[in-house]
Each structure stands twice: as structure tokens, then as C-alpha cells.
Design a protein around this ligand. Structure first.
Ligand SMILES: [Zn+2]
Length: 350
């Protein structure tokens, strides 16, 4: 915990009107009866010591240090504490402290509720950890979990762009950077259940890019980096996923066909022979996406198509359950994959 307390702007000159002049009052969190002013960057938040201390032992300790009164006039008699956090991020944490979980989760189905952005949740996870506010981490991670799920069926719905149950606002162009940040946040806070889906996404990022970091295209042009250990895990994960992809493709290419009907068996054989040459070209690190839009499937009768699709789905469920092993995170607490199998008793499985 390193909070840099700086009574004046630079800690050198005696504080006075000049040092406080640069502070901009936050629009929402400048409370008239607030008892302390937190300053992040150029933004001041006038808030209640008691409220912050009640939620966070770190704030409690911070406020226990006697604070010099900086310019009674311009700062309205409140002590000023400078913190090294980004103003926007601190604003999210303070709003969470005042509004509770309804700041990010629609607890009463309010029609005017706006889903939080990834940036808001990320700030709550990071600062919730820094200021020791476990509820903030819990609530923010449960929102992230609606996307970085451990449930295969939920994952599949999300991949098919069914986003109704998503608890935050997703930005397509940020998905790679978000995945990296989610891995880092999960490692920081111990919310390991976020890891499998987030790391799976990281495995889809080009290796060089993963090492150099991924730049956010819009928000603040920041480059996000995965830590070296996780890069290693993702590298190993990619190898496992490519092998798994090969195993799925054998069936996908009808080489190991579960097709039973008399009409389709020869078709399957022929299609399979044709596609054997393509398998290497089709190897990717994304075996969970393979089942959609196959020409080979279209050549089969509808019953055999269903059998094939079910068989492939069953294989992908297995891959899903093995993700923690592939990614080298199966020994971490909280990493439990869910992939209910609706396919038991299918005749092709005999
Ligand atoms: Zn058939």
C-alpha cells in the first residue's frame, strides 16, 4: 500500500490559495457537508471521512494520520488528501461506496439504469483491492463473470451474440484488451473463476501482440500488458488448443464419423477424404468455434446433421471442461467449469 500524501501540490512550498486553486470540484461528489477532500489528478472529491472509514480500513488508516488544513478559505475548512489514483477511477470507487451495489447492478429493475462499462468494473476491482473493500471486488467481478463465464452454455450463447444477460456494456473493439485486463484483475484479486474464459480469449491474440501488449483503440489509447507468467501459460494453452482443434476436426472432417444412416455414410466418407488435406489449414486456437457453418454438414440428411452437430458439441464440452488444465490454472481455487451434457443416450454414441 503506497499512498503518497502530499499536503501541497508538490510538498515543498507552504500550502496556500495557489495550491488549491487548481483543484476542480467533482460534479457529483462534492458534498456540502463532506469532511475531507480527496484529490486525484486535478479533481477534488469532498466526501465524508466517516463513510469512507466505515467501508475501508485503508482509508481509516489514511485519515488517522493528522492532515494539515490547506487553505481554509478555498478548501472550505476540509483537510486535503492527495491520492495517486486516476480521478475517473476514484470517482467510480467513491460512488460505489455511497450508492452500494446499485451503482453497477440493477437491483430494482430501474428503467433508467445504465449498465456499467468494463472500465468502471475494472476500476472497482483494482481500487477495491487497493483500499480493501471486498464488496466492490465481489460485485464488480460478478458483473464481469456474466461475460467471462465458466458455463459452456452461457459461453455459447455469448459467442452467438446473445447478450441479453450481460451485466456490463461490451465494446467489441476492446475485447482483446479487456480479456488481458480481466486476467490481470483475476490474478490480483483472486477471482480465478474469471480466468478460463479470459485466458481463452488471450490465446486467440497473436503471440507477438500478446508480448508487446494490446492497445485500446478508443478509450484512452493505453496499452495493456499481460504479465510474463500468464503469457507463458497462454503459450502453453495455445498448443493444447491447437491439438484439441485437430481432434475436433477429425470428426468435423467426417474422418471419425458418428454418422449412421445408409444414405449419409458414403457421403460422409467422401467428404472426409476431401477434407483430410484441409485439416492443417483449419487448425486454430479456437476449437470452440468450429461447429458453425460447415459445408460437409450440409451434404448430410437432417438427422445425421443433428447427430454430427451434437457430437461436435459434446467434444467441445469436453474441451471446455479441460480448459483449466490446458491453461495451467487447474490448481487455482475457484476454477470449476460447468458444461451440463444434454446428449446422453444418443444412438450414435453406442
Ligand atoms: Zn443421414
Amino acid at each position: 500500500m503506497t499512498l503518497h500524501q502530499r499536503p501541497g501540490d508538490d510538498g515543498a512550498a507552504p500550502a496556500g490559495p495557489t495550491s488549491s486553486a487548481g483543484i476542480q470540484k467533482d460534479n457529483q461528489l462534492w458534498l456540502e457537508d463532506g469532511s475531507i477532500i480527496l484529490v486525484a489528478g486535478q479533481t477534488g472529491f469532498r466526501v465524508h471521512k466517516s463513510q469512507l472509514s466505515r467501508k475501508s480500513a485503508i482509508f481509516r488508516e489514511l485519515f488517522a494520520v493528522p492532515q494539515p488544513i490547506v487553505s481554509v478559505d478555498s478548501l472550505e475548512g476540509c483537510p486535503v488528501v492527495r491520492v495517486p489514483d486516476a480521478a475517473q477511477e476514484l470517482s467510480h470507487l467513491l460512488r460505489y461506496i455511497y450508492d452500494g451495489r446499485s451503482f453497477i447492478i440493477s437491483t430494482t429493475g430501474r428503467p433508467d439504469f445504465v449498465k456499467p462499462t468494463f472500465a468502471t468494473l475494472s476500476a472497482l476491482m483494482r481500487l477495491g483491492h487497493k483500499y480493501d473493500i471486498p464488496e466492490a471486488i465481489e460485485d464488480a467481478s460478478s458483473c464481469l463473470q456474466s461475460y467471462y463465464t465458466t458455463n459452456f452454455d452461457v459461453y455459447k450463447r455469448l459467442r452467438q451474440r446473445d447478450l441479453v444477460d450481460l451485466l456490463f456494456e461490451l465494446r467489441e473493439e476492446d475485447l482483446d484488451a479487456d480479456a488481458i485486463e480481466t486476467v490481470n484483475l483475476a490474478m490480483l484479486t483472486g477471482k480465478h473463476s474469471l480466468l478460463p474464459a479470459a485466458m481463452y480469449r488471450c490465446c486467440q491474440i497473436d503471440s507477438d501482440e500478446l508480448i508487446d501488449g494490446v492497445q485500446r483503440p478508443v478509450r484512452d489509447a493505453r496499452t495493456v500488458h499481460l504479465n510474463a507468467d500468464c503469457i507463458r501459460l497462454c503459450r502453453r494453452g495455445r498448443e493444447h488448443l491447437i491439438k484439441a482443434c485437430g481432434r475436433v476436426l477429425k470428426v468435423f472432417g467426417l474422418l471419425e464419423s458418428p454418422v449412421r444412416c445408409g444414405r449419409c455414410a458414403p457421403v460422409a466418407k467422401q467428404e472426409g477424404a476431401g477434407s483430410i488435406h484441409d485439416i492443417e489449414l483449419q487448425l486454430t486456437t479456437d476449437p470452440l468455434e468450429l461447429m458453425y457453418g460447415s459445408d460437409a454438414l450440409n451434404a448430410l440428411c437432417s438427422r445425421c446433421q443433428t447427430s454430427m452437430a451434437d457430437h461436435l458439441a459434446a467434444q467441445q464440452r469436453q474441451i471446455w471442461c479441460k480448459l483449466p488444465v490446458y491453461l495451467g490454472i487447474d490448481d487455482l481455487e475457484g476454477v470449476e467449469m460447468v458444461a451440463p451434457s444434454p446428449l446422453e443416450g444418443m444412438d450414435w454414441a453406442a
